[in-house]
Design a protein around this ligand. Sequence first.
Ligand code: ATP
Length: 582
Amino acid sequence: MVGPKRRTSLVFAVLMLSTTRSFIASAFSNVQNAGFLGRGGGQIPGRVFRTAEQRRGLVRTPSRAPPTKELLVTSPDEDTTVSTYNMEDIVNVCKRRGFVFQSSEIYNGFNGFYDYGPLGVELKNNIKQRWWRDMVHSRDDMVGLDSSIIASPRVWEASGHVAGFVDPMVDCRVSKLRYRADQLYFTKVELQEDGEVIGYIALLDSGDLHGEARKLAEKLKKKAGKEGTIKFPLDIKDMTKATVAEMALIPSPATGEPGSLTPPRAFNLMFQTSVGALADASSTAFLRPETAQGIFTNFKNVQSTGRVKVPFGIAQIGKAFRNEITPRNFIFRSREFEQMEIEYFIPPEEEVWPDFYNKWIETAWQWLTSIGMREDLMGRDVHLKGDLAHYAKACTDIVFRFPFGQVELQGIAARGDYDLTQHQTSSGKSMEYFDEANKRRYVPHVIEPSIGVDRLFLALICSAYAEDEIEGEKRVVLKFHPSMAPIKVGVFPLVKNKPEIMEKARAIYDQLKRRYNVFWDVSGAIGRRYRRMDEAGTPFCITVDFDTLEDDSVTVRERDSTRQTRMKVDDLLAFFDKEING
Ligand code: ATP
């Protein structure tokens, strides 16, 4: 049984009247360390920020309401949610078992960058290999690509990223800290009876924005020594909606004092670098903020050499870089990450795209559940028409309920012919496809399913994490789908002082390791060895004992049920093949 746990308070808030600096400092470092934030929407004059979908389009769209718990998930089931553990548990197990380390840790880390340790790299590879197998190899209508990370800056001008890949940023003039304006929320707190304004509160989202704001408002009232009832519901907005007058009254999260936050301004998320010996303006290039543009610029190359016909898709897995203003939530929002993106090219007729779009949403959903994602924590966020970029026909996010809130895991967008047309216009090279069957030319439209490997990695760990008790001893277990598990099998000789047992176990280990990542462990009691493998997410352990020498069978112990069965050594490969590869 998974015991109830205290959830770390994820919100840091600033009470205008009397919040102390030390509280802010410690709360802020909590937030920064574990990085707890949701993502909201917003706009500032001339720019609109929400998804890359919109950033690419540079259009004004109505902003959305601040995220709430109910907003996104289609099938909330509070009893089976992540509320039994928190981000600290996840971060701890990742560190303890060597999944993820802070980059440059010996130099106190480097915010927004992470390194993947021995188990992490295995899990990441499993995700990527399985995706490639299912999205590319097992389909007739998909091919792959590996385009360069740095491309001509003209690519990013044509795509709209140079002008529009921006987030709204506010600075605290006093502390010099920076915030994403659309992720920093504020509200006026006033009394029901006479409308007296007590003050303003500012807070970051924790997954329960309204609940936290309520608590903070009550606290503010108490600190101000006011009687009466606070007027609910609170009108919570993000900082992109603050008027000039309100800007002067909203406290800085860093100092607790009002008036030190700057108005929101556009901050381009692309990392710049210089290419060539001279570091002047003409040598400026960018690290790609998404892999998709490499697919568009290679559309003609791939189509003509790959002998593929529309409808078909190009898939790519690769690094992307975004200079996120506030990288948060561990590996959920980092500055260097990997994407698995598909551009699926389809004919341009208006009646064609909905079917492909719906199929890709379904394919994405099914694939995620097939690798062990908890479906009860998944949901769909269908973007409203008014939220879309001007060229986009539709967009659905598959969201996941992380301990810090429900947020985008994967986006599936029907992007029309916007990208290919932009590159056609900008480069002067035709992006048209010749449809031989119907003897006509057109610029194909696209459906774009796009998912971050690191985000999926985190969602898989959250889906797999469990705590229970085995024979009175608490254990942490990662219940990965066997195909995702970093180590597939642990092989244990019962004792190390019996050469025949050691030899037999070693032979099994050598045989299995030709096919799988297996782990050899001779130290400690068998129970301890099982526990170590449980925390690493290893689905099976084999113990070679004295009986093995008699009957050539071993004990196979299953991670989730802890059930132990005797199995002939000769049957092991077939058993694991079925369990791991399905
Ligand atoms: P978000 O709104 O969370 O910033 P986005 O809409 O900008 O995401 P896209 O540009 O659609 O994201 O990127 C596709 C996918 O890449 C996302 O669904 C996500 O899984 C992943 N991704 C985007 N930004 C990051 C990041 N900073 N760190 C890790 N993964 C990311």
